[in-house]
Design a protein around this ligand. Sequence first.
Ligand code: NAD
Ligand code: IPM
Ligand code: MN
Length: 348
Amino acid sequence: MNIAIIPGDGIGREVTAEAVKVLRTVQERFGKTLAFETLPWSADHFLQSGITIPANGYDLLRSFDAVFVGALGDPRVPDNRHARDILLGTRFELDLYVNYRPVRLLDERLCPLKGRGPADVNFAVFRENTEGLYVGVGGRFKAGTEDEVAIQEELNTYKGVHRIIRHAFEFARARGLTKVCMADKSNAMTHGHALWQRVFKEVASGYPEIHPTHYYIDALAMYMVLDPGQFQVIVTNNLFGDIITDLGATFQGGLGMAASGNIHPGRTSLFEPVHGSAPKFAGRNVANPIGAIASAALMLETLGWTEESAAIDAAILQTVKDRNVTQDIGGSLGTAQAGDAIRAALLG
Ligand code: NAD
Ligand code: IPM
Ligand code: MN
């Protein structure tokens, strides 16, 4: 397998280093081969060269079996232009329409919700990843004046809504799950989200064994906190999925814990932790590498290396149980030492 590695900015570099080391340890233990190619695309690279992503960048990414990203975002690039091209651009250009973000609590101790444990926090969020409010349609008129008009359009297509909802139901069916919850704001957004309502009912009718439920997104956020155990699969649009997965990450112990896959089934897909570049932690060896390492596990699972993926997840769980972890989740290790602990657990 050929993997493109984009460490990116800030703590992205530190957590990516740990994820790659874990993948090398997987090769050692299982005797399988991964080849890595590191791409320098980042804020530094952009500030030095003026290039966010080269002209052939997306084609280059397509030539790999998978792409791993640390994080993109740097205060020196306030308009986030490089992240838009490298991260959002890849989601769009490679048509990675499934943003799969598992919300799984490993240890009761890490959950800020009173009395909740791993049995209560175990669901998957499917975030639509190629349209919605992220498409950049709109503009500003009379910018910088008191007459400024700013328009940001939300794009919802039948095809786009259909394929993410269908993916959520297929995921549930494949795992014998019984519930899929769709969240929108169709009470206020009466055009775009009426489409979500229509398509959800249409797709659900093809899965009689699965109970379809619906919440408006504001209520969903409340129920996630009050009663997370009711959720198995949540499907929602691009922006709402972004927001509720940071909330979901807190249930898992914080942003440092959460993994994600940006997936087009059967094609080159991109894996990254849910968190960003956390500039305040950059270069300090404090960032939690678990979200990145769990994203690497998700990558292997998606590539069909299920045994290897499960071994990484088991090693993560062991270090969490043993508290051989970073400070954000109650340990005393640095980023690199927490990564070492996971590798040691992997080798048994
Ligand atoms: P962030 O996720 O970078 O950090 C928010 C806070 O969460 C941090 O200050 C820290 O307290 C905590 N945190 C995050 N990751 C952690 C880790 N691995 N270990 C321990 N604690 C961790 O979000 P932000 O501060 O809103 O954004 C910073 C930059 O990152 C911005 O430029 C933003 O656009 C970008 N960003 C990029 C991605 C991505 O590349 N996928 C995702 C989110 C944000
Ligand atoms: C994420 C991030 C990105 C998003 C940003 C960096 C554009 O927050 O991957 O969750 O909003 O999708
Ligand atoms: Mn986000």
